[in-house]
Design a protein. Structure first.
Length: 361
């Protein structure tokens, strides 16, 4: 049999459908976060815009309340980056992903940790956090008394990277700023961190949210290596395709793969949105190969714009004005403006809202 070939546009529409970006979903926030296998969340307010773009009539409290109730948490997971996930997923993902976080820490701080007893530092951090969340500065100061000759920031990052932790509220609530405080994950969610999700189930979760995809795509999303044997083990349960370059793609048999000509409405994505960062080959969403901007800040007021499913512009809200910048004039400015006005009403619900277009993004 000839393996079906999927065009970049077919992959685009499939990914948009999995990511709830082809049509807004009626799901509430927590099931949506579970379906998406989490939202990347370095910028705390970005998750709100990410869900607003995916869910019908989404309101801030739909995320703020489960965050405050610890049903969802922010923690360092896939790719060693901060993600917003359900509490159950955080407990399951950490044991499987922790090698990624540890590898990233050791690679970045290899000189600083030379000669240090990381096991002792980890246990000291665990004792320090027991019963009380602490900021990175507090961790650094407390451990410096025991390891006065060590690089103090490294001590804090060791604790952050080698222990399963949660970023505690009010950090992560809409509009809340200030230093992040960390809690032991099991204490924060009230359940133990036990056996992690199997690699088979992790790959299936990835394909649910991001497929069809290659082995390398799954490795880029997770930060894990050597997943080829996992895909081979799963092969009897999966469908296979090829992309236009001949690379093998895997997918769930019954997952949505819409007609490539399905209309894709404009979607305003926040900074760090996973849909742009979770494939090794991003041509399905970024055909011109442009870099995804990763601006600093609390999030929610800058990001990227998908037009007909492609990343074609960047956006920023200052005051009550939304500015959209693209490298060339955009098609269908009316629908973009309508969606932009809805975004403004969500982020800055006030009078005098304005959408402007410019060239340069």
């Amino acid at each position: 049999m000839t393996t079906e070939r999927l065009s970049a546009r077919a992959l685009n529409r499939a990914t948009l459908a999995r990511q709830l970006l082809l049509e807004r979903s009626a799901l509430s926030a927590v099931p949506a976060i579970e379906h998406l296998a989490g939202l990347q969340a370095q910028a705390p307010d970005s998750s709100y815009v990410g869900l607003w773009s995916r869910l019908r009539d989404f309101q801030v409290d739909e995320l703020a309340k489960p965050l405050a109730a610890r049903e969802v948490v922010r923690s360092t997971l896939m790719r060693g980056t901060v993600h917003l996930v359900t509490a159950a997923d955080c407990l399951a993902l950490w044991p499987t992903i922790k090698t990624v976080v540890e590898r990233g820490f050791l690679g970045h701080y290899s000189r600083e940790v030379a000669g240090l007893d990381l096991a002792a530092i980890t246990e000291a951090g665990r004792a320090l956090l027991a019963g009380r969340p602490r900021t990175r500065a507090e961790i650094r100061t407390a451990l410096a008394d025991r390891w006065p000759d060590a690089d103090q920031p490294t001590l804090a990052y060791a604790v952050n990277s080698l222990l399963p932790l949660a970023h505690v509220t009010p950090q992560g609530l809409w509009g809340q700023q200030g230093p992040v405080a960390f809690s032991l994950l099991d204490e924060w969610v009230g359940k133990p961190v036990e056996d992690g999700i199997s690699l088979d189930d992790l790959v299936l979760r990835y394909l649910t949210a991001f497929g069809p995809a290659t082995v390398r795509d799954a490795q880029v999303w997770s930060g894990l290596t050597k997943l080829k044997e996992v895909f081979e083990r799963l092969r009897p349960r999966l469908r296979t395709f090829t992309d236009t370059a001949g690379k093998e793609l895997f997918d769930l048999p019954d997952a949505p793969r819409p007609d490539p000509e399905t209309p894709a409405p404009p979607r305003f994505l926040p900074e760090y949105d996973n849909v742009l960062l979770s494939h090794a080959d991003r041509v399905r969403l970024i055909p011109d190969g442009r870099r995804v901007p990763l601006p600093p800040g609390p999030g929610g007021r800058r990001g990227t714009l998908l037009v007909d499913g492609e990343f074609l512009a960047v956006w920023e809200i200052k005051g009550a004005t939304l500015t959209i910048e693209s490298r060339k004039p955009l098609r269908d400015k009316d629908s973009i403006t309508e969606e932009g006005m809805r975004l403004l009403e969500f982020v800055v619900p006030e009078q005098g809202l304005d959408v402007r277009f410019g060239i340069g993004g």
